[in-house]
Write a protein that binds this ligand. Structure first.
Ligand code: G1P
Length: 295
């Protein structure tokens, strides 16, 4: 049984949808309650059993790498003041057996190109791709969707692509999976016959949108190396996935949780509300505040 130990997280985007907030800091560093978005995403990966995280980054985004690195001065100060809870929060962001490395994408040539930038670190193993704009959560679920996708991959050896149903007027914003009119139940997978990146609504083969969690075989790296620019004149991961279908079974995994797209203003606010209503330090006061707003 092949398991999945590696995850690629592309963080080289410019964050134009959340300007001006992301002008001087990476959009992945904007906080959802008390942690930057990227930390929530890394925690999701770690909870699913990922051990090696590869960030695909660019100039001007080193705050992301710094966040997961040691901050000696701060640690010494918190330790001297006996602020143990805060010290714990900044030192143990990932467990000791998890590594975070980074590689640069020097030109913004698309998501497929970003993933391919990490090819030399994949070592011929299957891997996850996690798009950090989207937080995926089901607060009551003990095993997260990414972990369920890894289990499905281990059982079938078929690539797993997380999908959710979206309204017709939103299909042109996503990669869309053609599953021959089948919509899998939440938590289940079904074979995909075609992927198409950002189709016009009238040309979309379904309403099953790819939402930013992928379990892929190493072979996709070879296909990405020869993928021509597609939608938006960018090298699209979706196009390489569509090429992979001709060689191997790929499955759409229908998510059980909910997505929060922190790459746009409304999704970011929704994430802060949803996560804030779950956080022990903020839940009670936030609930009261929302009740008052509704009066
Ligand atoms: C990317 C992918 C697309 C996917 C989407 C999910 O698009 O290319 O297939 O559906 O992420 O958020 P982007 O939103 O980066 O344009």
């Amino acid at each position: 049984m092949t398991t999945v130990r590696k995850a690629i997280i592309p963080v080289a985007g410019l964050g134009t949808r959340v300007l001006p907030a992301s002008k001087a800091i990476p959009k992945e560093m904007l906080p959802v309650v008390d942690k930057p978005v990227i930390q929530h995403v890394v925690e999701e990966a770690v909870a699913a059993g990922i051990k090696d995280i590869i960030l695909v980054t660019r100039s001007g985004k080193s705050a992301i790498e710094d966040h997961f690195d040691t901050h000696y001065e701060l640690e010494a100060e918190l330790s001297r003041k006996n602020k143990t809870a805060l010290l714990e929060a900044i030192t143990n962001i990932v467990p000791d057996d998890v590594t975070i490395q980074s590689v640069r994408q020097s030109h913004a040539l698309g998501l497929g190109h970003a993933v391919q930038c990490a090819a030399s670190m994949i070592n011929n193993e299957p891997f996850a791709v996690i798009l950090p704009d989207v937080l995926v959560n089901n607060f009551s679920q003990t095993k997260n969707d990414l972990a369920c996708m890894i289990s499905a991959f281990e059982a079938s050896n078929a690539a797993q692509i997380m999908v959710e149903t979206v309204p017709e007027d939103k299909v042109s914003l996503y990669g869309i999976a053609d599953c021959k009119q089948i919509t899998p139940e939440a938590g289940k997978s079904t074979p995909v016959v075609r992927f198409v990146e950002k189709p016009a609504a009238e040309e979309a083969p379904s309403d099953l949108a790819v939402v930013g969690r992928y379990i892929l075989p190493a072979r996709i790296m070879d296909l990405l190396a020869t993928t021509e620019p597609g939608a938006g004149n960018e090298i699209q991961l979706t196009d390489a996935m569509d090429a992979l279908i001709k060689e191997a079974t790929m499955e759409a995994y229908r998510m059980q949780g909910k997505t929060y797209d922190c790459g746009n203003k409304t999704g970011f606010l929704q994430a802060n509300l949803a996560y804030g209503l779950q956080h022990p330090e903020t839940a009670a006061e936030l609930t009261t505040f929302i009740e008052q707003l509704n009066k």
